[in-house]
Design a protein around this ligand. Structure first.
Ligand code: SF4
Length: 211
């Protein structure tokens, strides 16, 4: 079953969800946003990418800031860069490229975001897109990404769960982990403080037998 236009959520919600459910809820339910050094660098990099609309380089046409939508996954957003590689006179193969400020991560957040872009393009252009790439600012390298069945399932699952979370309107409690140190919402989220408060409450409940 497809989503309607009114149900669409931001494509970036998938990446936030894959990073941390609470971060996704804080941004997409509570509209919290706090720029830190990491997000500022990322924003400047994206703005630079989006400065131009399109260009041609030999047999490659490049579109910047292309609007994206998928009713199947219920997503709307923008692609940093979509390269169209000429296969023959009338056939162009889309190849999404996402720009990130850091370096390749251990988790799949960035891969999921890129795969979601590819799924949007497939639905919009009725084509099949087997691969794309992520350009990492710190390493200045392009990481080739294959949109295999596993990554596609992971992306579809993240889209479904991000929809359920945003529709529920409920923000999960924090769990302090290493990822919190690079989270732009650390100050709003207060993971250590809230976790400590919960432990004290649990302890009191246990010794005092409070409900
Ligand atoms: S500080 Fe940690 S728990 Fe809170 S939103 Fe960020 S990653 Fe999630």
């Amino acid at each position: 079953m497809n989503y309607t236009e009114e149900d669409l959520i931001m494509l970036s919600a998938l990446q936030h969800y894959a990073f941390c459910e609470r971060q996704c809820a804080l941004i997409h339910i509570e509209q919290a946003w706090n720029e830190n050094l990491f997000t500022a660098e990322g924003r400047i990099m994206h703005e630079k990418v989006h400065e131009q609309d399109r260009e041609s380089r030999g047999s490659v046409r490049i579109e910047y800031g292309l609007p994206l939508r998928s009713l199947r996954l219920g997503l709307v957003g923008k692609a940093d860069v979509v390269e169209f590689h000429r296969l023959d006179k009338d056939t162009w193969q889309p190849f999404p490229v996402e720009y990130k400020r850091g370096k390749p991560k251990h988790d799949h957040c960035d891969l999921i975001q890129l795969c979601a872009q590819a799924i949007c393009l497939e639905e919009m252009l009725s084509v099949s897109i087997p691969s794309g790439a992520i350009f990492y600012g710190r390493t200045r390298r392009r990481l080739d990404v294959s949109f295999d069945e596993t990554l596609r399932r992971e992306t579809e699952d993240a889209a479904k769960k991000a929809h359920e979370l945003i529709t529920s309107g409920k923000t999960p409690l924090p769990v302090y982990e290493k990822r919190c140190e690079s989270c732009s919402l650390m100050a709003e989220c207060l993971p250590k403080t809230i976790q400590k408060r919960r432990s004290v409450k649990t302890y009191l409940t246990r010794i005092l037998g409070e409900p």
